[in-house]
Design a protein around this ligand. Structure first.
Ligand code: PRP
Ligand code: HPA
Length: 178
């Protein structure tokens, strides 16, 4: 288990001062390029979900890097995947929630028929920073009456205290960085 996590961690690199000064950007592209390490990351996520949740109805992934992991996990679990997108990208009836970023505001959207009330949903993204994005995703799911089992991320930036913002929702991360 620890060795598997270490293999995954080795394929995450850091870029200081991207996209702006003071930000140490955690870059997952080496992991995606290494099929064996990527598979190990998915094995760990799958094992965690199977151990903790006997029934999951749907995986909801966040635009855009949640789309890299969510569908893979959903296929492994034999369940469906739905998209939570930035505003204006999804056709048909949608519901949206606005949320605050470090600077300004943004909006996330879901198609009205993406999930049904009472469904057990796992929300997935690549990374938890301030928690604003996952918070908005949770609001969307609550609006739909879905039951949020957990938010699952590859990486948690612990010093930004995103878990505090998401207080009532359990968070699981494979890797943690300060
Ligand atoms: C990044 C990351 C998360 C979010 C985390 O996405 O992939 O979705 O920020 O930040 P938060 O916890 O402070 O909300 P970004 O908004 O850069 O969009 P992208 O995936 O389209 O690059
Ligand atoms: N890496 C990747 N995405 C991010 C980061 C980061 O450090 N912070 C917020 N989104």
């Amino acid at each position: 288990e620890e060795q598997k996590l270490e293999r995954v961690r080795q394929q995450v690199r850091s870029f200081p001062d991207f996209p702006s000064p003071g930000i140490n950007f955690r870059d997952i592209t080496p992991l995606l390029k290494d099929p064996s390490a990527f598979c190990t990351a998915m094995d760990l996520m799958e094992a965690h979900v199977r151990k903790c949740f006997p029934r999951v109805d749907v995986i909801a992934g966040l635009d855009s890097r949640g789309f890299l992991f969510g569908p893979v996990l959903a296929q492994r679990l034999g369940i469906g995947f739905v998209l939570i997108r930035k505003k204006g990208k999804l056709p048909g009836p949608t519901e949206s929630v606005s949320y605050s970023l470090e600077y300004g505001k943004a909006e996330l959207e879901i198609q009205t028929d993406a999930v049904d009330a009472g469904q057990k949903v796992l929300i997935i993204d690549d990374l938890l920073a301030t928690g604003g994005t996952l918070w908005a995703a949770c609001q969307l799911m609550k609006k739909k009456g879905a039951e949020i089992l957990e938010c699952l991320v590859l990486i948690e930036l612990t010093s930004l205290r995103g878990t505090e913002k998401l207080k009532s929702v359990p968070i699981y991360s494979l890797l943690q960085y300060d």
